[in-house]
Design a protein around this ligand. Structure first.
Ligand SMILES: NC(=O)c1ccc[n+]([C@@H]2O[C@H](COP(=O)([O-])OP(=O)(O)OC[C@H]3O[C@@H](n4cnc5c(N)ncnc54)[C@H](OP(=O)(O)O)[C@@H]3O)[C@@H](O)[C@H]2O)c1
Length: 291
């Protein structure tokens, strides 16, 4: 049984690989730079070194796969992010259509259910739809807002400010990517699901950004003030940072399109994961700000 994992060095992928190894499975990992895997992991997995934007590499590496975990590797900062994400997934989709890949778990996002109008998330919606048409068994994990997005706000947090363009009063689900890895690994190891499945991964609670600022204040032991900004202010800042217009719209679109979003699947036993933001912030964010 060939089990393929993309982005094994990522927040989610690294957890998936560890759990698969602990389950006695030797996954094939597609990795740009094997040196970024720790030595113990590298010794236990089948390494295929290459870039996921290299269509030939993906085609060769996924041929004859029983189960595959696909993470779109396209940075939000890329020019034409939606087109790039779809082009990157194209060899996987062709392989699934040809029967070369039997089962795919896709790291998708809440908001993908809207299909359009959610910036770069529209690409995940497109990948979902294209995978659905292949005839392979496909599972779309519609994941909530990652705790690790806060790592992009380290500079502001070090000055006691959390800036956001999201509606600060709208509760949305937040999740620890490590917990997503748990769900991914369980689904990769299970043969009991078939056809097309959608599963949200919501984390333990829905939070407004005001609540997030209060949780961080407690967990980091310093006052964190929320600084809500408009879409236009975000646009200006991203343009000033030199991002191409298509990337700017892809990023602003994710926030604007998520405003007022109520995820398609409710929070329940299957969609709720355990780690609270407070525990994650204390364990991962606090040391970075104290260092
Ligand atoms: N952030 C959110 O709130 C959110 C919500 C829902 C869904 N998602 C989805 O989550 C995914 C990100 O997951 P994550 O946080 O686990 O990732 P991450 O920690 O940001 O890591 C990115 C991974 O992608 C790899 N990568 C980047 N470009 C690559 C390329 N060209 N070829 C091969 N590998 C490449 C990196 O490898 P290197 O070690 O080589 O850099 C790394 O393993 C995205 O697809 C996003 O759409 C995110």
């Amino acid at each position: 049984m060939t089990l393929v994992v993309t982005t094994p060095t990522g927040h989610v992928g690294s957890r998936v690989v560890r759990l698969l190894l602990q389950a006695g499975v030797r996954p094939r990992v597609l990795v740009r730079d094997p040196a970024r895997l720790d030595e113990a992991t590298r010794a236990r997995v089948e390494v295929r070194q290459g870039d996921l934007t290299d269509a030939e590499f993906v085609r060769d590496s996924v041929a004859g796969t029983r189960t595959l975990f696909w993470v779109d590797p396209t940075p939000h900062t890329t020019a034409d992010p939606i087109e790039t994400s779809l082009r990157t997934a194209a060899p996987l989709i062709a392989a699934a259509r040809a029967g070369e890949v039997e089962r795919v778990v896709l790291l998708s996002s809440i908001g993908a259910e809207k299909r359009h109008g959610v910036g770069h998330i529209d690409a995940l919606a497109g990948i979902e739809e294209q995978l659905d048409a292949t005839g392979a068994h496909v599972l779309h994990l519609r994941c909530a807002y990652f705790f690790t997005n806060l790592l992009f706000s380290l500079e502001g947090l070090s000055q006691g400010v959390l800036t956001t363009a999201f509606d600060p009063d709208h509760p949305m689900p937040w999740v620890d990517p490590r917990d997503i890895g748990d769900v991914v690994a369980a689904r990769l190891l299970s043969d009991s699901w078939r056809g097309r499945v959608v599963q949200a991964v919501h984390g333990p609670e829905d939070l407004t950004f005001h609540q997030v600022a209060r949780i961080l204040t407690e967990a980091l032991g310093r006052l964190i003030r929320l600084d809500p900004v408009s879409d236009d202010a975000t646009r200006d800042a991203l343009r000033a940072a030199g991002l191409p217009p298509s990337a700017v719209e892809g990023m602003v679109g994710m926030t604007a399109g998520s405003r007022g979003l109520v995820p398609e699947q409710p929070r329940d036993l299957l969609t709720t994961t355990p780690t609270p933001l407070s525990a994650w912030a204390h364990a991962h964010l606090r040391p970075l700000l104290e260092g």
